[in-house]
Design a protein around this ligand. Sequence first.
Ligand SMILES: *[C@@H]1O[C@H](CO)[C@@H](O)[C@H](O)[C@H]1NC(C)=O
Length: 333
Amino acid sequence: MSNHRGKIAGLFICILLLASGFISLYTRRLRAVAFIKELRVPRESTPATTNDLDDKLNFGARPHVQTQTSWNAPIMWELMFDNNLYDRKHKEANTTVALTVFAVGRYLEAYLKTFLTSAEEHFMLGLPVTYFVFTDLPEQVPEITLAPQRNIIIVKVEKHTRWQDISMMRMKTISEVIDTVLQHKFTYVFCFDVDQIFKGRFGSEALGESVALLHAHYYKLPKYRFTYDRNPESKAYMTEGDYYYHAAIFGGTCEKVKALADYCYVNIMEDKLKNVEALWHDESHLNKYFWLNKPTKLLSPEYCWDEYISNTEDILVKRLVWAPKDYEKLRTR
Ligand SMILES: *[C@@H]1O[C@H](CO)[C@@H](O)[C@H](O)[C@H]1NC(C)=O
């Protein structure tokens, strides 16, 4: 019995040492090599004044899709909301938004410019937005013209060779940047994959305390088809869930996004110690997190559509689409 306890204590100390090593490494890296083009401190913001906006949603506007979860979180579909009302209330509340995006290695050249220029056309127009671009190649970030009240900050990060590690370390970096920079300055933070293109309004109706995205490939499928992690050895293991969420977009208040990022990172590290990797990496852990901590708002696949899906009857507006996979560019050289 005491031997068993000793083992647990040993494992715990191991985890602590490993985690604190990574934290100090990353903190130093973020502080030392972050080079900041411009950072204006926005006005005080007050999320509380916009919280009741979702009560005015028209849940009957889309009879063929689910518009509300069993725990009464709205699922955002076109026709349910009044764009102007959301925008006006968020402007009055001085809402500010941080968008994080990782463009590491060849992803920068392949996707970043299109992502940013299309975001300037469709993402949270009229609100102050700061893009945080995390990259190993800061000097290659393209110059793009930003509208007033919009900024870009480039943060240099280490390049990990396996894309699985890139996507997992992303959680650690997001948590760090919320702690060191975003907290107190931004009402909301939204985290995006870079290989996507904005095509239509992606506006303030998407903002909420804790926001998850329904995966375009799974929103219509029965639960038994969901690709949760099914390995009991992994911390991401789950036998049942609500939906299959897509890690390409998640967001919320700084506090909630930090909680999600910390949860995913710690569990990924625990898996690593056991030499286990969840089926879909950070996405598996994100699904577990949202099963245990229900999101307050869900985005329909209108907010992240795969144009290879032929059945588009539910998709009235494509707000963001998956960029075509440019494997040539990503794999060669
Ligand atoms: C928003 O900012 C303006 C100008 O700084 C200020 O007068 C106003 O009180 C702020 N509104 C809220 C809801 O904090």
